[in-house]
Design a protein around this ligand. Structure first.
Ligand SMILES: Nc1nc2c(c(=O)[nH]1)N[C@H]1C(S)=C(S)[C@@H](COP(=O)(O)O)O[C@H]1N2
Ligand SMILES: [Mo]
Length: 287
C-alpha cells in the first residue's frame, strides 16, 4: 500500500516522522491573528506582572527556611521530589482540538488473530514482588477499569513507518488505575516518591492474551499523565482491529508501544522483552 504522506516505503525500517501538511492560511489572516495575539499577550502579561508583585511581597514577608521564603521552599521541595523521582526527562505531548481528529488506519495484527470472548476477557495484573517471593495476581473486568476517572485527549499518533494521525482517545490513566489498585509497589502502597525507591517496580510489561505481541515500558512512561488504558477512539468504543477491549495509548512514544488488546500487565525489576525491540527497533521508541 502506498501512503501519499510518507516518502519512505513501509518496509524500509525506521523512518523519521514527517510534519503533516496543514491547511494553507493567507498571509493576511496570519498577520491579523498575530496582531490579536500581541494585544492579548500585553494584557495577560500585565495581569501576570501585577499578580507577581503582590505574590512576591507575600513571599518576602514569609519566614525564611534555608535562605528561601518558607512557602517557596516547601513547594520547591515537593515538586523537586516528584520531578526527580518520576518525570526527570518528561514533557507533555501536544493536545489538539477534538475537531482535528481523523480516522486512524488499522496497522498491525499481532496478538489479535484469535477470537476474543468478550465475556471471558479479564485484565490480569501481576503486582511487583520482591525477588524470591510470589507476585500477587489480580483480575479486572472492563467495567472496573471504566469505573475509574475517564480522561479524554486528542493527540498525534505517530507510526515509526513515517505516517501520523490526530486521534481522540478516552480511557483511564494507568497512574489512576495504580492509585486505586497499588500493584506497582512491593509494599502494596500507592506510588509515592517518599517511599524507598526500591519499593517501585522499574519496568512494566504488557502482553496480549495470546502472548504474540508484547511491549515493555519504563515505570516513568507508565506513570506519565498521558499514558492511558484506552477503551474509546474518536468518540466510539474501540473496535477489535484497534485493540478492543483495552489498549495502551502513550503519545510520547511511537505506535509500536501502543499495544492493542492488553491481556496481562506485569510490574517487574528487569527490562521486559518488547516485540519490536527484539526486531532491532529502539526499546524506548520515544519521539
Ligand atoms: N496487539 C498489537 N498491538 C499493536 C500492534 C500489533 O501488531 N499488535 N502494532 C502496533 C503498531 S506498529 C501500530 S502503528 C499501532 C497501530 O494501531 P492502530 O491499528 O489502531 O492504528 O498498533 C500497535 N499495537
Ligand atoms: Mo507502527
Amino acid at each position: 500500500m502506498a501512503y501519499p504522506e510518507s516518502s519512505q516505503p513501509a518496509a524500509s525500517g525506521p523512518a523519521l516522522p514527517e510534519s503533516q501538511p496543514t491547511t494553507p492560511v493567507s498571509d493576511e489572516a496570519v498577520e491579523r491573528q498575530a496582531a490579536r495575539r500581541t494585544r492579548r499577550a500585553f494584557l495577560v502579561g500585565g495581569v501576570a506582572a501585577l499578580a507577581g508583585i503582590v505574590g512576591w511581597n507575600w513571599l518576602l514577608d514569609a519566614p525564611q527556611e534555608d535562605g528561601l521564603a518558607g512557602p517557596l521552599r516547601r513547594v520547591l521541595d515537593a515538586n523537586g521530589r516528584l520531578a526527580t523521582a518520576y518525570f526527570r526527562n518528561t514533557r507533555l505531548a501536544t493536545e489538539f482540538p477534538k475537531s482535528h481528529a481523523k480516522p486512524l488506519r488499522k496497522n498491525g495484527t499481532e496478538g489479535l488473530k484469535s477470537a476474543l470472548g468478550a465475556v471471558a476477557w479479564r485484565l490480569q495484573v501481576q503486582g511487583y514482588a520482591p525477588a524470591g517471593t510470589t507476585p500477587r495476581m489480580q483480575e479486572f473486568t472492563l467495567d472496573e477499569v471504566k469505573a475509574l476517572p475517564r480522561v479524554e485527549m486528542t493527540t498525534e499518533f505517530k507510526c515509526i513507518e513515517g505516517w501520523s494521525t490526530i486521534v481522540t482517545w478516552a480511557g483511564t490513566r494507568l497512574s489512576d488505575f495504580l492509585a486505586k489498585y497499588p500493584l506497582a509497589t512491593s509494599s502494596g502502597r500507592p506510588v509515592d516518591p517518599n517511599n524507598p525507591p526500591t519499593d517501585l517496580a522499574p519496568y512494566v510489561s504488557l502482553v496480549t492474551p495470546d502472548k504474540e505481541y508484547y511491549v515493555g515500558l519504563e515505570i516513568e512512561s507508565a506513570l506519565h499523565p498521558q499514558t492511558l488504558l484506552c477503551y474509546e477512539m474518536n468518540g466510539a468504543p474501540l473496535t477489535p482491529e484497534h485493540g478492543a477491549p483495552l489498549r495502551l495509548v502513550t503519545p510520547l512514544k511511537y505506535g509500536i508501544k501502543h499495544i492493542k488488546r492488553i491481556g496481562t500487565i506485569a510490574f517487574l525489576d528487569q527490562r521486559p522483552p518488547d516485540y519490536w525491540a527484539v526486531r532491532g527497533y529502539d526499546w524506548h521508541a520515544g519521539h
